[in-house]
Design a protein around this ligand. Structure first.
Ligand code: AMP
Ligand code: TRP
Length: 339
């Protein structure tokens, strides 16, 4: 397992895992190494619930006609990566009304000052997204997703740390006011590669929405495309391979990617490649990425969309039942009697 000791220790004492992904296409190596690989590995030891968060995806411009295809494709990729419907619930957020309802309730106890500090809202609006209320309260909906199922651990990438902190604060705020309803959840991060950087601008994270296609390796890219992307990754001109985020962000990123794919340590890789030159090093990184991703394309092709839809349907029914019984408890403690 590619987990740091801190994670492993925490995980053994915990029980339920929840995480989410937006159906926004372009799923990439960063999503996989930062989050989805842990989604798959955690299935071995925990109860796992994974959600395609389509309500979140509506907070930025989206095309209604393309949403369904994006939901199915996201699910199909997750199944190809190894999310196993026999062991995990994999469903879409809009199938379960409890997410939006709990978000409203949590929103009544979320100070605007806290939301004003959220960097994702600032980043997205600076990049041109309209500053709508949904985008502003996005982290409250994320907190609701997690708390709805009383999750303990949340496998995510580094960019979600701030949202995770807010989720913990909201859980504590709710519990202080209404009694011990929610476990305080913890983020669960990979030891390396919790923030995979862009291949073209290594100071920015690899992102689904980057207009530069060369900035990322997509999960389903063919081996020759992967090799091309890694070979053209932006690096510096000093030929030594060493880990130095400030002076060598591009090389450090490739070292982390390779460490994650080969499950070897960065130190070990540096020792092997320090003086071999960037060309040979990049080829070795590309080989490691190709080897890691190759089985997924085959698995993706073997699935069909009808089966994927069935998985989402069945898990959605189960998640809805589970959520509605948890919501009954919330209603009770907040004083909302049901007639
Ligand atoms: P998103 O693409 O925002 O739907 O993210 C899905 C999951 O992938 C979340 O847990 C993110 O934290 C994670 N993630 C997204 N981009 C990266 C990245 N560049 N490096 C590591 N993890 C990432
Ligand atoms: N905000 C997450 C992202 O952009 C997606 C998400 C929504 C999520 N709800 C969640 C992740 C609950 C973990 C748990 O990547």
């Amino acid at each position: 397992m590619n987990l740091c000791e801190e994670n492993t220790l925490t995980a053994t004492a915990r029980q339920r895992i929840f995480s989410g992904v937006q159906p926004t296409g372009n799923i990439h190596l960063g999503n996989y190494l930062g989050a989805f690989r842990n989604w798959v590995e955690l299935q071995d030891s925990f109860e796992t619930i994974y959600c395609i968060v389509d309500l979140h995806a509506m907070t930025v411009d989206y095309e209604p006609g393309k949403l369904e295809a994006a939901r199915i494709d996201t699910a199909r990729i997750l199944l190809a990566l190894g999310v196993d419907p026999e062991r995990s619930l994999l469903y879409t957020q809009s199938q379960v009304p409890g997410h939006a309802e709990l978000a409203w309730i949590l929103g009544t106890m979320t100070p605007m000052g806290v939301l004003n500090r959220m960097t994702q809202f600032k980043d997205k609006t600076e990049m041109g997204s309209s500053p709508n209320l949904g985008l502003y309260s996005y982290p409250v909906l994320m907190a609701a997703d997690i708390l709805l199922y009383r999750a303990n651990l949340v496998p995510i990438g580094d960019d979600q740390r701030q949202h995770m902190e807010m989720t913990r604060d909201l859980a504590e705020r709710f519990n202080n006011r209404f009694g011990d309803v929610f476990p305080i959840p913890e983020g669960y991060f990979p030891e390396v590669s919790s923030r995979v950087m862009s291949l073209t601008e290594p100071h920015n994270k690899m992102s689904k929405s980057d207009p530069q296609i060369k900035s990322r390796v997509a999960i389903l890219d063919d081996p020759d495309v992967i090799r091309k992307r890694i070979r053209s990754a932006v690096t510096d001109s000093d030929p030594e391979v060493r880990y130095d985020i400030d002076q060598k962000p591009g090389i450090s990123n490739l070292l982390e990617i390779m460490a994650a794919c080969t499950r070897r340590s960065v130190d070990d890789l540096v020792e092997e490649h320090a003086n071999g030159g960037y060309g040979a090093f990049k080829d070795a990184v590309a080989d490691a990425v190709v080897e890691e991703l190759a089985p997924f394309k085959t698995a993706y092709k073997a699935l069909n969309n009808g089966d994927v839809r069935q998985v989402l349907h069945d898990a959605g029914v189960e998640a809805r039942d589970m959520a509605s019984s948890y919501m009954r408890e919330v209603h009770k403690v907040i004083g909302v009697k049901r007639y």
